[in-house]
Design a protein around this ligand. Structure first.
Ligand code: TRP
Length: 485
């Protein structure tokens, strides 16, 4: 018998659980901060409605219709497009390899929060005591043992969360979806009542129309939408394949897309009001109160905890528990998607596949546990999301828009939806998504080769595109293998 979700709520919660993750609380704030706060929100919302939700509908439809994981979902229409599904999974795998390292940092911070051991200058603590960061990507400096230990613990937790397949996923998410919301609301109430909060909020909420001319803002907005909605990873295809035949596709896509981005927006309120408080305390402008990189959550937040009048340890512990619960259901959604795809291709029991995925995950993650791990993380994240995810989104739109009968696919979706996928949907899939993504992709590739990302010089190009190419090659090799059922 085919595996199915227990009920509709289980699917919605699991999909929300995959979508809502570190992307909302760790990635969204630093990307928004890096691209000017209020300058980022408009492209972000445009990306949500022009690509995020239409592609979420597409992935749900594809999974629901074919009842396959990503590779066989594409292959069931066009045999030689299996690579696209494997590529999505490979990129997701690359993401989860560093995603779990951020969870490992969160673990470490959870324990440090009881004694507030980051002291007066959390940035120094983060770089020197936790990461023991080296001075460039290629001075690896060996593996940082505590990070590796908690990375392994993180993977064990993931393994146990899914060991019964979607049935257990459906139960775990009740906790992992609801707990973060409760904590977030507590944090917001505290955040907005801090002195200086308003200044941070106005930095976050004042639109800056001149920034719309910068194509880097746009590609980051689209990449962030894909990342945060778990679109382009093959995850939502796999989750939708477990839906009972009677299900609502368009409704679910809107519920998941909107509630996810609303969560990011709330997280932004918490973080930026805190940044305003920090600016007030230090007398610096909000724009340069902390470094706008992957360390933001781990530097800005402890700084703020220090400056709170009371309850410091409790707030710190709550925050890092929230990061962990947010991360875990996103991380296991990838394992679920990858092991579904693997089990359709090879005759390997699911549990053994999950174990294998965890083992390879730890192995690939090793590079991010070295003393240059932060650089690698920053670079790999940039290239996998801005190029990998955007290319997959583009290919999916082209595939559904041009290579198959789009109208009958759209009718299938509509016949399983209360709100119909009207012609607007075809317009996005056939025209808006391909054109916008091609333009931002083209411009940014050109720009990238002239100015490699983040001042890392050519190292960034080699690492970033190198990672992508390796993943693509693995995907192509996998897609040549025949089904052995
Ligand atoms: N959507 C998740 C978030 O916002 C990230 C995510 C999506 C993810 N798919 C994934 C993480 C696959 C790891 C693996 O945090």
């Amino acid at each position: 018998m085919k595996e199915k979700w227990d009920n509709r709520l289980a699917f919605v919660l699991a999909s929300i659980g995959s979508a809502i993750g570190l992307g909302n609380l760790w990635r969204f704030p630093y990307i928004a901060y890096r691209y000017g706060g209020g300058a980022f929100l408009i492209p972000y919302l445009v990306a949500l409605f022009t690509a995020g939700i239409p592609l979420l509908i597409l992935e749900f439809g594809l999974g629901h219709k074919t009842e396959h994981g990503a590779p066989y979902a594409f292959a069931s229409y066009r045999k030689n497009w299996k690579w696209l599904g494997w590529f999505a999974i490979a990129v997701a795998f690359g993401v989860v390899a560093y995603y779990t390292v951020i969870m490992s940092w969160s673990f470490i911070y959870f324990f440090h929060s009881f004694s507030l051991s980051w002291g007066a200058i959390p940035e120094v603590f983060f770089n020197n005591m936790v990461l023991e960061i080296s001075d460039s990507p290629f001075s690896l400096g060996g593996i940082n043992l505590p990070i590796l230990v908690f990375l392994i613990l993180t993977w064990i937790a993931i393994y146990y969360c899914i060991y019964k397949g979607v049935k257990s996923v459906g139960k775990v998410v009740y906790v992992t979806v609801i707990l973060p919301w409760v904590i977030l609301i507590v944090l917001i109430i505290r955040g907005v009542t801090l002195p200086g909060a308003l200044e941070g909020l106005s930095y976050y909420l004042t639109p800056n129309f001149s920034a719309l001319k910068d194509p880097a803002v746009w590609i980051n907005a689209y990449a962030q939408i894909f990342f945060t909605l778990s679109v382009g990873f093959g995850v939502m295809i796999a989750y939708a394949s477990y839906l009972p035949k009677k299900a609502d596709i368009v409704n679910n896509a809107f519920i998941i897309g909107l509630s996810n981005c609303f969560t990011s927006f709330l997280a932004g309120i918490a973080v930026f009001s805190s940044l305003g408080f920090l600016a007030y305390q230090t007398g610096k402008p909000v724009a340069d109160v902390v470094a706008s990189g992957p360390g933001l959550a781990f530097v800005a937040y402890p700084t703020i905890i220090n400056m709170l009048p009371f309850g410091n340890s409790i707030f710190g512990a709550l925050f890092f528990v929230m990061l962990l619960t947010l991360g875990i259901d996103s991380a296991f959604s990838l394992v679920e998607a990858a092991s579904k795809a693997g089990s359709e291709q090879w005759k390997i029991p699911r549990l053994r596949l999950n174990f294998l995925i965890a083992a390879i995950g730890i192995f690939v993650g090793l590079i991010f546990t070295t003393r240059s791990g932060l650089y690698w993380l920053d670079i790999v994240d940039h290239y996998l999301c801005n190029y990998g995810l955007v290319i997959i989104g583009l290919m999916e739109a082209i595939f559904i828009g041009y290579l198959i009968n789009t109208d009958s696919f759209r009718e299938y979706i509509s016949s399983h939806s209360e709100i119909k996928a009207g012609r607007w949907w075809s317009f996005f899939v056939k025209i808006a998504v391909p054109i916008v993504l091609l333009v931002v992709l083209g411009y940014n590739t050109y720009y990238e080769f002239r100015n490699p990302y983040g001042g890392y010089s050519t190292a960034a190009l080699v690492i970033g595109f190198g990672f992508l190419v390796v993943l693509l090659i693995v995907a192509i090799i996998f897609s040549k293998k025949e089904r052995r059922l």
